[in-house]
Design a protein around this ligand. Structure first.
Ligand SMILES: *Cc1c(COP(=O)(O)O)cnc(C)c1O
Length: 480
């Protein structure tokens, strides 16, 4: 009798017209007719398929209307949209690294909304350079003589290598042959920029004499790379930039006599911390100024890691070298757009007042918040979740957690934090976490540990986000 049943069910399916009429006219008129009818047809097709494969389904008009509206909402969604980061990882590369300071956001909207001084010098009433907007600020904050900002730090590394060591040798320690992720590998970048890589030392130990032995007339650069996302521990040794500079100096005295290009020391610093993270303990990370004071000719770092600004790669160093970089064709290809420049300038301005930087720059604030502050935030979240989720459906508690800096910055550093833990008594932690990411207009990314979902309070930006988490959990448990 089954085929008959299916036939009856198929005949009972609502028509496109029926669904169309059942949709609120206000909604109906705000969407293109084609998109609406196409979506309804898709939903009815899904029901038809379910019937033919003997899957139980609810084909009432109300249900089809709801499914259609949900599907439309999904089709209308932006692909790039906000998420709530409850992972506790502050510079989360997959979630966009740094959240911009309000001052930076305001600066972006201002230049986006109008024409700007991007390449116009108002003093001289003639063409200006986009490189001028941030240079003096970067110099002021790092003690550098000159600076240039490009698309990101990977771009900065590539540009430096291709300008100064194309067809020449660049010496790098085997302990610093890193992969940052997303296929950014030091050896690949070197190959791409035509620099001939000369590896020295061993994985765990590199001595100054290793560099010394490798230097020859064709050596253009001693490259030092911050081992961002991993740390060598145990029987290890690496050479400080200060020692490399000393070595280069010796070589350069002899080169000067021959009128040959000097041997450069360049450090890829990775994170780019401008000020010490007051309140955070247990990390060893030089500020950019400290790194420069070791005597490097060039230092490069990211704009959106510890600095807390937009995606950018900042290069600091001597005027002669930066001028050469400005003239490199890659500077044009890798240049920053006006919105990024606006955000970068506004973020750097905040650093002029260390207290302001610590308060207004979200990455800085989250890195330096005390464990007690995150506990207070977790308690607020706890009360919101308790108020909206029936206690019979899950165990809710507050627990100590750890946060990570993330994005390859401050590796291995556990930052004490607090979080709210949900242990579903109905459904599973996995299902709940999947609902929170896939079914919510603002996805909520949390961490699963055993049968629990943990919402780390350190990376929550506002009470609005906490309200959203409480609401989402409430809605999830309604679906069970
Ligand atoms: C993160 C990092 C990079 C890449 O920087 P992006 O700004 O992500 O391009 C390069 N080198 C080091 C040492 C890093 O830590």
């Amino acid at each position: 009798m089954k085929p008959m049943d299916a036939q009856t069910q198929l005949r009972a399916l609502p028509s496109v017209e029926e669904i169309l009429h059942a949709i609120n006219p206000f909604v109906r008129n705000s969407i293109s007719h084609e998109l609406l009818t196409e979506t309804i047809r898709e939903e009815i097709d899904l029901l038809r398929k379910a019937i033919l494969t003997n899957n139980p389904c609810d084909a009432s008009v109300d249900t089809v209307v709801n499914k259609t509206l949900l599907s439309l909402e999904r089709k209308n969604r932006f692909s790039l949209r906000p998420v709530i980061n409850a992972t506790g990882i502050i510079v989360h590369t997959n979630l966009g690294r740094s959240v911009l300071a309000e001052e930076a956001i305001e600066a972006v909207t201002k230049v986006a909304r109008s024409y700007s001084t991007l390449e116009y010098n108002t003093e001289e009433m003639k063409r200006g350079s986009r490189h001028d907007h941030c240079e003096s600020l970067i110099c002021l904050l790092t003690g550098a003589e000159a600076a240039i900002a490009v698309n990101n730090n990977a771009a900065a590394v590539m540009m430096i290598l291709s300008e100064f060591s194309a067809d020449h040798e660049a010496i790098v320690s085997r302990g610093e042959q890193i992969e940052i992720g997303g296929s950014f590998r030091i050896p690949d970048i070197m190959e791409f920029s035509n620099a001939k890589m000369v590896e020295v030392g061993t994985t765990n130990k590199t001595h100054i004499r290793d560099y010394e032995k490798a230097i020859n007339d064709n050596t253009a650069m001693l490259l030092k790379v911050h081992t961002s996302n991993y740390r060598l521990i145990g029987f290890t040794e690496s050479v400080e930039a200060k020692q490399l500079k000393k070595l280069a100096k010796k070589a350069n005295e002899e080169r000067a006599n021959r009128d040959a290009d000097p041997l450069l020391v360049y450090e890829d610093l990775g994170s780019g911390m401008l000020l010490p993270l007051e309140g955070l303990t247990g990390y060893e990370e030089p500020t950019v100024a400290e790194a420069l004071s070791q005597g490097c000719d060039l230092v490069s770092f990211s704009g959106d890691k510890l600095l807390g600004g937009p995606q950018a790669g900042i290069i600091v160093g001597s005027k002669i070298l930066i001028e050469r970089l400005k003239k490199n064709p890659l500077a044009r290809a890798l240049r920053l757009d006006k919105m990024t420049l606006a955000a970068l300038e506004a973020t750097l301005k905040l650093y002029l007042d260390p207290e302001k930087a610590a308060k207004q720059i979200p990455t800085f604030r989250m890195l330096t918040a005390s464990a007690e502050e995150t506990q207070k935030a977790a308690e607020i979240l706890l009360s919101k979740v308790r108020a909206s989720v029936p206690s019979a459906l899950c165990k809710i508690s507050i627990e100590p957690e750890v946060s990570r800096s993330g994005g390859g910055s401050l590796p291995m550093l556990d930052i004490p934090s607090w979080g709210v833990t949900i242990e579903p008594l109905k459904g599973s932690a996995q299902e709940c976490a999947s609902y929170l990411v896939k079914q919510r207009p603002i996805p909520i990314v949390a961490r699963i540990k055993q049968e629990k979902i943990i919402f780390n309070a350190r990376t929550l930006l506002s009470e609005n986000e906490m309200d959203e988490i409480a609401l989402a959990l409430c809605e999830y448990f309604k679906t069970l």
